[in-house]
Write a protein that binds this ligand. Structure first.
Ligand SMILES: Nc1ncnc2c1ncn2[C@@H]1O[C@H](COP(=O)(O)OP(=O)(O)O)[C@@H](O)[C@H]1O
Ligand SMILES: O=C(CO)[C@@H](O)[C@H](O)COP(=O)(O)O
Length: 477
């Protein structure tokens, strides 16, 4: 039997799976935690990977591996390849002002959407480069190269025996890579940091880019959302909703999107197509915070939420505990609105938390559909997709069929699938068994429409600026 491995180096942890290269069946796995915070030394990801793979039996017999990594993080290297400073992660908001400055300088949001498919927000690497130039000019001056988290880990895996590489999926999240033309926009790099940078070579998805010191072939890897798309075999007209640290909603398209409000990022995928994506800063951790607030376990939070009626008795939860990226409200804070003596119950608070987190992504799916056409089903993934309440409440928020698959570690499995592609020269056709499918009932459809109308009204009232970025306030549902 031939084995391949996939690494999911995401915000909170690293997960490694070993798969049968022919069927994709997961035969072994390991994991380790990443440090907290939005500013982390890249060395910690390598330490975590080594800890997750410390048992020599884990990678026994593995012939190829690849990394799916959290997107956008800025890893700065000096001329000798050493880290200049800690990496700023995708969820670090300090470059919000730099995003606004870069948008103004290029002539507005639409100019960025035209150029690279994506309007910069604080998450994007290009804005972090501008922050570095503005706030830490000595570090900017020492910065010779910039790579993404997955590029850096891939480079460590190869013992730095080859020059850093990336792929077009992760590169498309920098805002200085044109994924339609497949070329870097060095002018945008210079605009951001004030000088040229060495950037990683963009490798093909079926390429062996090097080998580990033990002789395991290394594939290019990709961003974690792109890897999840590969792991779940994402097709056009279907969407994935991931509830990890971030919340994301994305679909596959054959052409790049250039959505000018910045709600949809026009990313590339890991197969040569595109991955239009909506991302929020507030995913699974809102559920964890609600469980802590209520003094219950995550299982109990789920049970409580399912005991409440759809609509949570009128409670509306704006889930901006980390500020927000979509809509662009970096300084916003979470709010629980509509409390009365009658509805302020643990069950309603639990359900409102889940409804609020899911509604942000339901809005995202609506805008995605305006860009790419109808979505017929949604596959849930990410840590919080384990929650029974998330699975069962989602049809009454999205109004669409919700699938849960057997491919739970979709990012790591997607990275493994890319490794198998590079190893064998053909993208293997791994099955993705559906474990459960939750069809929306008529009552769910009604609940989804009512919830959407209420959330849109509350959002506009609390954050009037969002009216200016909403694409079609009448139709989004
Ligand atoms: N049953 C559950 N209900 C809600 N949240 C959960 C559940 N299980 C795990 N989580 C949360 O999911 C998150 C981890 O998801 P994951 O997709 O691995 O994140 P990331 O890839 O960003 O590191 C953690 O915040 C964890 O507490
Ligand atoms: O910024 C984005 C996507 O644009 C995030 O989705 C990151 O890629 C982090 O992902 P998770 O750690 O939440 O999986």
């Amino acid at each position: 039997m031939t084995y391949v491995a996939g690494v999911d180096s995401s915000t909170q942890s690293v997960k490694v799976v070993v798969c049968d290269a022919e069927t994709g069946a997961v035969v072994r796995s390991g994991r380790a935690a990443h440090p907290d915070g939005t500013e982390v030394t890249a060395a910690a990801w390598w330490d975590a990977y080594r800890s997750a793979t410390a048992d020599p039996a884990l990678l026994d017999g593995v012939e190829a591996l690849a990394v799916g990594g959290q997107q956008h993080g800025m890893v700065t290297l000096d001329e000798s390849g050493e880290l200049v400073r800690d990496a700023l992660l995708w969820n670090d908001n300090r470059s919000a002002r730099d995003a606004r400055d870069l948008i103004d300088e290029l002539g507005g949001a639409a100019a960025w959407a035209d150029a690279v498919g994506t309007v910069p927000v604080a998450s994007m690497t290009v804005t972090k480069l501008r922050w570095l130039a503005r706030a830490e000019p000595e570090h900017a001056a020492r910065t010779h190269a910039v790579v993404l988290p997955h590029d850096w880990l891939t480079w460590q895996l190869g013992g730095r025996s080859f020059d850093p590489v990336t792929d077009r999926g992760d590169a498309s999240g920098t805002c200085y890579f044109d994924a339609t033309a497949d070329r870097y926009r060095d002018d945008l790099v210079r605009r951001a940091i004030g000088h040229d940078l060495a950037l990683p070579r963009v490798a093909r998805p079926d390429e062996v880019v090097g080998h580990t010191p033990e002789g395991i072939a290394i594939a290019a890897g990709t961003g974690d959302n792109m890897a999840a798309g590969l792991g779940l075999g994402l097709r056009e007209q279907e969407a994935v909703v991931s509830l990890g640290t971030s919340g994301t909603a994305f679909t596959r398209s054959t052409a790049q999107t250039h959505e000018p409000t910045g709600t949809v990022a026009g990313f590339a995928d890991a197969t040569g197509a595109f991955l239009p994506l909506v991302c929020t800063l507030n995913g699974a951790r809102n559920l964890v915070a609600a469980a802590e607030l209520l003094g219950v376990s995550l299982d109990e939070l789920s049970r409580l939420a399912l005991s409440a009626e759809p609509g949570s008795g009128g409670l509306t939860f704006l889930p901006y505990l980390e500020g927000e990226r979509t809509p662009p409200l970096p300084d916003a804070r979470g709010e629980l609105l509509g409390l009365t003596l009658r509805n302020m119950t643990p069950a309603n608070v639990a359900r409102a938390t889940i409804e609020g987190v899911l509604w942000s992504l339901a809005y995202g799916v609506q805008v995605l559909q305006e860009q790419t056409g109808p979505v017929t089903a949604i596959t849930l993934t990410g840590g919080a997709s384990q929650s029974d309440a998330v699975r069962r409440i989602a049809p009454a928020v999205f109004g669409l069929p919700i699938r849960v698959t057997d491919t739970f570690e979709s990012v790591a499995v997607g990275a493994a699938r890319q490794a198998a592609w590079a190893l064998t020269g053909a993208l293997p056709d791994w099955p993705v068994p559906v474990l459960s499918e939750h069809e929306p009932t008529t009552a769910d459809q009604v609940a989804a429409t009512e919830l959407s109308e209420r959330y849109r009204a509350v959002l506009l009232e609390r954050h009037p600026s969002t009216g200016a970025v909403a694409l079609s306030t009448e139709t989004a549902g």
